[in-house]
Design a protein around this ligand. Structure first.
Ligand SMILES: *[C@@H]1O[C@H](CO)[C@@H](O)[C@H](O)[C@H]1NC(C)=O
Ligand SMILES: *[C@@H]1O[C@H](CO)[C@@H](O)[C@H](O)[C@H]1NC(C)=O
Length: 329
């Protein structure tokens, strides 16, 4: 469900201490070992049905549309950033038939925690010896949830992220995205697995939590709840694309040291796709199309299908940056 809600108060202050010390990063600088050593280990839900996806594969199933009309025959990660911020990457097929790339069982992590779907790591240097490491999780489909047995908030394309803040190489805080907000924690307060923070990814919605169990959100009376448990572990460090974001120039560049299929793929793709400011999934369908229905719930209309999300650039740089100042400040 993509409702606007008040952002929860931060548990810790994430503001950087002003200081002139700054280690400028050249393009292709390697990903520091301490980032991978302190990366979250994430439990997907044991009954998950919509597994991690490779964003490069996702776009092969998409046509860029504006007002439900194609503006190009297709799209690749190499040319997606040429599209405007009002463009919806739109499924070529009826997603209610749940094609294989939507459920993407191939992205289910193996016993080692490796998913065939590469994660995306973006590093941002800030003043005061601060390095923020963003771990972006992508799924081709978000299954919203049920309220009184009626399903709401499904959408194509689902970006989620966690972030670990390092100060002079030492992890100090963890931020976990969930729905339109998220929560921040002292690094020391997180559950750990082999010294790495343990996180729990909710079934269907893929919201991120620090504890296992049921997490209710957005609606009163526990009407809408996420489920998490110690299901399959996803260790993104075994397969990922890696990037730097330079706040001064507002540009992304590839980092050296990516791992697995993600490393191979990013070499040809470059980093431009991270700047795509449009939506990574279908625009909200009109009522009746693809079984769409909308019902007034609380102070808004909630629909079976909502619109696809924007990507990491817009999401973290503009929306959450306003509230948290993460990438920029
Ligand atoms: C991107 O490139 C592919 C392959 O060359 C092409 O089919 C597609 O139309 C291009 N899309 C855009 C938006 O430029
Ligand atoms: C990032 O850039 C914005 C403006 O472009 C600036 O306001 C902000 O202070 C910068 N943040 C850091 C950490 O340098």
């Amino acid at each position: 469900m993509r409702k606007e809600t008040a952002l929860p108060a931060l548990a810790v202050s994430l503001s950087a201490i002003a200081s002139p010390v700054r280690h400028s990063t050249s393009a292709s600088a390697p990903i520091p070992a301490f980032v991978l050593q302190n990366a979250p280990l994430s439990h997907l839900w044991s009954q998950e049905q919509w597994w991690p996806s490779d964003v490069a594969e996702h776009v092969t199933h998409m046509v860029p549309e504006l007002d439900f009309k194609a503006v190009a025959p297709g799209v690749t990660l190499q040319n997606v950033s040429s599209l405007g911020s009002d463009v919806y990457l739109t499924s070529k097929y009826d997603v209610t038939t749940q094609p294989a790339w939507i459920t993407n069982v191939a992205g289910k992590p193996d016993a080692s925690g490796k998913s065939a779907a590469p994660g995306t790591i973006v590093l941002v240097e800030k003043d005061g010896g601060v390095l923020d490491a963003f771990f972006f999780y992508f799924y081709s489909f978000d299954h919203g949830g049920k309220v009184l047995d009626i399903e709401f908030g499904d959408h194509v394309g689902d970006w989620e992220h966690s972030m670990v803040r390092f100060v002079n190489g030492t992890p100090t805080a963890v931020y976990l995205s969930a729905h339109s907000g998220g929560s921040a924690f002292d690094f020391s307060a997180m559950q750990k697995t082999n010294g790495r923070p343990t996180t729990y990814i909710a079934g269907g919605t893929h919201a991120n939590y620090a504890t296992a169990g049921q997490h209710c959100h957005d609606l009163p009376l526990d009407l809408l709840c996420d489920q998490t448990d110690a299901g399959p572990v996803w260790d993104m460090t075994l397969n990922f694309r890696g990037f730097w974001f330079d706040n001064t120039t507002q540009t992304f560049s590839t980092a050296s040291g990516a791992v697995g299929a993600g490393a191979q793929e990013e070499a040809a793709e470059g980093a431009g796709w991270l700047s795509f400011a449009g939506m990574w999934g279908d625009e909200q369908y009109p009522v009746l199309e693809h079984g769409q229905y909308c019902i007034p719930l609380g102070d808004t209309d909630e629909c079976l299908f909502s619109s696809g999300p924007t990507g990491e650039c817009l999401k973290s740089l503009d929306c959450e940056a306003c509230a948290y100042g993460f990438m920029r400040g």
